[in-house]
Design a protein around this ligand. Structure first.
Ligand SMILES: Cc1cc2nc3c(=O)[nH]c(=O)nc-3n(C[C@H](O)[C@H](O)[C@H](O)COP(=O)(O)O)c2cc1C
Length: 404
């Protein structure tokens, strides 16, 4: 069974199919869902029937395919409200531009859209359409609206399309979609676990008005904290100064200097199952903080700032007698994996998350990330996607390692 599909076992999944070329792939989605032990009920839009027959999906799902809202016979058997109550999750794949627009606007003018209104669990959508339709401002506005309404958007991917165009809009492959969809059912995988996360930069004072810092935005650490909470963990977040709201249900500790972060970590780490050090802790600090602002007095064209090394927080946590599962981050600009492997062994970590910060689109302050999870046994690439999705995958990976 695929790594992440375990959460779909014994789930009741309502698969919505709308009218796009990729509808032929719905048959494969049904097969995978059945294979992992989910029950499947398919609901098709009118247009979808032009692309794939209900008979095929009925044979594969083992359940009658529903297509009509105003069908007396169907309503008497399993009507729209019963279907909404029966389902643990809804996946619509493919989701056409039209279906996205109708869902974004809360329409209930066919069976599928009406069920989504009556349903209050997780709904995932796998958009599939021509690249121009996907790029259209109205489609993009609908996607943004759906995201804020907590629909999970799986894809689309890019590449060659059925119509011959090349670009964004291809439906993701069935297993990629199911992998993402399965995250909706992962809550609780970290239930009962305590996690300590550090995030953001530190500030090392030179004098009362100046300090040394770095460009860490804290986004990755905050996103990991939220994911860990979503998965049921109790989270303590120790953060340097950033422009982010901490998740509402975590124990939040604000610090400025590397020394303060060290103290806070050592104070809170004892009862933790996992320690994740995403903070960009300054390696050095001014050897002496000047009590008064350093003035330019005209006699010196240069001044020297003496720096001394800060304590290594990650190494100190790994060295504890009763240590948690220790996760480090390696932001590298060259020989990314090699450098991460060196850090993994020199700091005696259980896992290191390596990312190439020389790439602008996945660097420090970007919305997306691509990372490789490196352990002493194996490497696992998480391809470029939103930091939120990357965080979910990292937490999922850690949960599997600590629950082994
Ligand atoms: C051959 C053909 C292929 C189509 N493929 C797509 C598609 O991949 N994605 C899409 O959004 N619309 C596609 N359409 C348009 C939809 O079928 C149309 O917008 C329809 O109203 C969708 O209805 P539904 O969302 O209720 O299923 C296609 C139309 C035709 C004729």
């Amino acid at each position: 069974m695929e790594r992440n599909l375990k959460s779909l076992v014994n789930k009741n999944i309502l698969l919505g199919v709308s009218g796009g070329i990729a509808a032929y792939k719905s048959a494969e989605i049904v097969r995978h869902l059945r294979k992992v032990g989910a029950s499947v009920h398919v609901v098709m839009t009118k247009s979808a029937e032009e692309f794939i027959t209900p008979l095929t999906l009925q044979a594969l799902s083992g359940n009658r395919v529903s297509t009509e809202l105003l069908d007396v016979e169907a309503e008497a058997a399993m009507g729209h409200i019963e279907l909404a109550k029966w389902a643990d999750g809804i996946l619509i794949a493919p989701a056409t531009a039209n279906t996205l627009a109708r869902l974004a606007n809360g329409r209930g003018d066919d069976l599928l859209s009406t069920i989504t209104l009556a349903f209050d669990g997780p709904i995932s959508l796998a958009p599939a359409m021509n690249q121009a339709m996907w790029g259209d401002e109205r489609t993009q506005d609908n996607i943004k609206k759906l995201e804020t309404q907590n629909f999970q958007i799986c894809g689309p991917g890019s590449g060659e399309q059925a119509c011959g165009d090349v670009g964004m809009g291809r439906m993701l492959e069935p297993l990629e979609i199911l992998d993402l969809f399965s995250y909706s059912f992962n809550e609780g995988k970290m239930a009962g676990k305590s996690i300590l996360i550090t995030a953001g930069p530190t500030q090392e004072p030179i004098d009362p008005v100046r300090f040394i810092t770095n460009r860490s935005s804290g986004k990755m650490g905050y996103s990991l904290a939220q994911s860990a909470i979503d998965y049921g963990a109790k989270v303590t977040l120790i953060s340097g100064p950033v422009n982010l709201e901490p998740p509402s249900n975590c124990n939040f500790i604000s610090i400025k200097t590397a020394d303060e972060m060290f103290e806070a970590v050592m104070h809170h780490v004892n009862d933790k199952d996992v320690y994740i050090g995403t903070a960009a802790v300054s390696d050095y600090k001014p050897a002496k903080m000047q009590n008064n602002k350093i003035k330019k007095d005209g006699s010196n064209s240069s001044i020297t700032l003496e720096l001394e090394e800060n304590k290594d927080i990650l190494k100190s946590v790994s060295a504890l007698k009763h240590r948690p599962f220790v996760v480090g981050f390696a932001a590298e600009t060259n020989d990314v994996i090699e450098n991460a492997e060196k850090k993994l062994s020199s700091k005696d970590l259980d896992l290191i998350v390596a990312n190439d910060v020389s790439k602008k689109e996945i660097g420090f302050d970007s919305e997306e990330n691509e990372v490789t999870l490196v352990t002493s046994a194996d490497n696992y690439l998480i391809e470029r996607q939103s930091k939120k999705k990357v965080s979910n995958k990292i937490i999922e990976f850690i949960s599997e390692r600590i629950n082994d």
